[in-house]
Design a protein around this ligand. Sequence first.
Ligand code: NAP
Length: 373
Amino acid sequence: MNKIPVAILGATGLVGQRFITLLANHPWFEIAELAASDNSVGKKYGDAAKWQLPFEIPEQLAQMIVLPCDPARVQAPLVFSALPTDIAGELEVAFAKRGAIVSSNASPHRMDADVPLVIPEVNPEHLALAEIQKQKYASNGYIICNGNCTTIHLALGLAPLHKRFGLKKVLVTSMQALSGAGYPGVASLDIIDNVVPYIGGEEEKVEEETVKFLGRLKGNQTDKMNMPSLQSSVSALETISVEYADIRVSAHCNRVATRDGHMETVSVEFAGDADAKPKYADIVAAFDEFRGLPQELALPLAPNRPTVYRREKDRPQLKLDRDAEKGMATIIGRLRECNVMDYKFVLLGHNTLRGAAGATVLNAELLYAQEML
Ligand code: NAP
């Protein structure tokens, strides 16, 4: 089988390194090009990357010469972006205009009306938005985004509840690991023996992206479709949009001195009458039974269980649970009644796997399986 050549933009960074490990032996994709900043251009990847993972860089990739993040130089039809926020916006559009499909991990386009912000188990039907971009750019290219690392795990944890019972309010407090800030990230003297109760822009991302993930695709035909049709007519496309979920989300985001994995404490209030609220066992069953298209399609990186509910009274814990299901699941536990909202629980997930590169690769696998590449 001919694999699809792919490029990684921001390949030398923390998320880029995760892309390397996830794509090095991928059954459908083959790393053809690696790109980064001027500091790295022209160097061998093995010399340019400050490698942070406990695996060897595959020799062939270590020898690859790093290219500039220039759409005229990077030719692959599928591009994984781990670019910094300040440059991702323009560059990703330039790649889409030259016909590349950009599976992005960066934030600038996540909330654009015509950009699918997708978790494949949660809202795969939002992929239909890509057709609007193809027309806008007059090319086969488009951008698809995954969410913020805290938001992805929150949305995965909320989706089983919102789909089954309907949610009205969510209050979340995060404890976010240092790798979420990239490399070298937060200065050691700022974080050792400390918790920093501020991560710029993070709370807004959690509050806004969550309701887009859990929103409903509106528009002609698409309401009735399980998945987008690539042959959608122009008139149908003009009316496609995402109606954000009617959930009020309030977030507190904190940086803590852990390496990988974000933990979140969550309180939820359900929609509907008080006497119709789900029982404890109904909620646990919703977490246990939640599955989506990646599991149905057996996508290579799909976890068997996207949400894992732990029954122990002191789980989930970061060190014990972040790598469950290849780092691609959201681990939940400590469900109990809340004196203020309806229920509260703890969730956690790996921020550079399911929260970043793993999410981007899973989105691309979904595109491949839906013949959208
Ligand atoms: P990082 O470790 O700081 O890596 C940044 C990468 O971008 C490096 O490859 C760097 O290349 C490259 N770069 C920097 N300036 C550039 C420029 N002007 N032109 C081209 N390339 C440039 O950051 P990261 O943690 O991997 O994050 C990458 C993106 O993913 C960011 O948008 C971040 O917000 C997002 N994200 C991160 C996480 C996470 O958990 N870390 C989670 C979700 C989303 P050089 O090595 O050559 O400087």
